[in-house]
Design a protein around this ligand. Sequence first.
Ligand code: LRH
Ligand code: MN
Ligand code: MN
Length: 389
Amino acid sequence: MGTLSSSLLSQLESQVIELPSWAFGNSGTRFKVFSTPGTPRTIQEKLADAAQVNKVTGLSPKVALHIPWDKVDDYDALRDTAAELGVTVGTVNSNTFQDDAYKFGSLTHIDAGIRQKAIDHHFECIDVMDATGSQDLKIWLADGTNYPGQGNLRGRQDRLADSLQKIYDRIGESQRMVLEYKFFEPAFYHTDVPDWGTSYAQVSALGDRALVCLDTGHHAPGTNIEFIVMQLLRLGKLGSFDFNSRFYADDDLIVGAADPFQLFRILFEVVRGGGYGPGSPVAFMLDQCHNVEDKIPGQIRSVLNVQEMTARALLVDTEALDAAQNAEDVLGANNILMDAFYTDVRPALAEWREGRGLPADPMKAYLASGYQKNIAETRVGGQQASWGA
Ligand code: LRH
Ligand code: MN
Ligand code: MN
């Protein structure tokens, strides 16, 4: 099929990119949250919207939940609703950053009572996982301090290790815990899990089913993210991605929008490091918000960006690259990588999609389906993503 071989295309067949439920809610910055016509009012409606993304792309059969944003009374029923829509529940994200009790920390808090409250919240998330069939518990902590001297950095790290152990002990044999890091925000002086090294140190102390989650927007400008990807894969500790793109900090913009070349470089290291394909432990997830654009098209664009860059990463002639690297052929090696990056895979992917009963142009198909118009007319009072406000 044009630029893409059939063996390459077959590698794309099983690609899954998990969608975050919160991408379908209204979101914004601390200045303003704009509402978008048709925004879901319930988690069931968010699942329905996610199912539309999957319907036209075939890429996103899983939806991540955020608890308590997506809290319901009956998770068995939610699991059934998801199944009827042709999706399943993916990662369950805990939330210890919106409760007054956590002003000075959650899993790291000096007060054992507050720590226990945060641990109990994670136990509740594990119950949700059990009921919905979710495999992964994702922990991101807002814990940190704003001023030098405010907290005992080491004490907080020790308490974190203790709290994480209690949560880890509760997850089932087929479940995993992923610990996400972020270099700053909302705390500005220090963050308790600021970098991959801290996450790695913490999860390594727990066991095999504790891994690192890499959010592409959570690094200082200029960080070589693909190097971190390589290292975590080398250490067997890359559990999942939160994909998004950023110009400045944790912008949560559409993945591949700000820097498609970076996304390509990351995916190349994923492929090279054995992080892609059946049997790989690496879960691909989006962690994005759509503040000014329509949400479903935003998610369609995102999963297609990941698919396109995966195809380009798979295109790299690794044999030729090895040879050029071994011969210290600096520009030759660089050229091999750039050749793949500059290959326009879109026509071949469109043709391949059609052959699999999917629309050649998923965005066009969605816009023509009338779904957007229908939800804009019928849903009144859409939910805020509870994020970015
Ligand atoms: C934190 C984060 C984390 C949250 C999500 C909403 O910045 O990346 O993954 O759970 O945003
Ligand atoms: Mn994230
Ligand atoms: Mn983030």
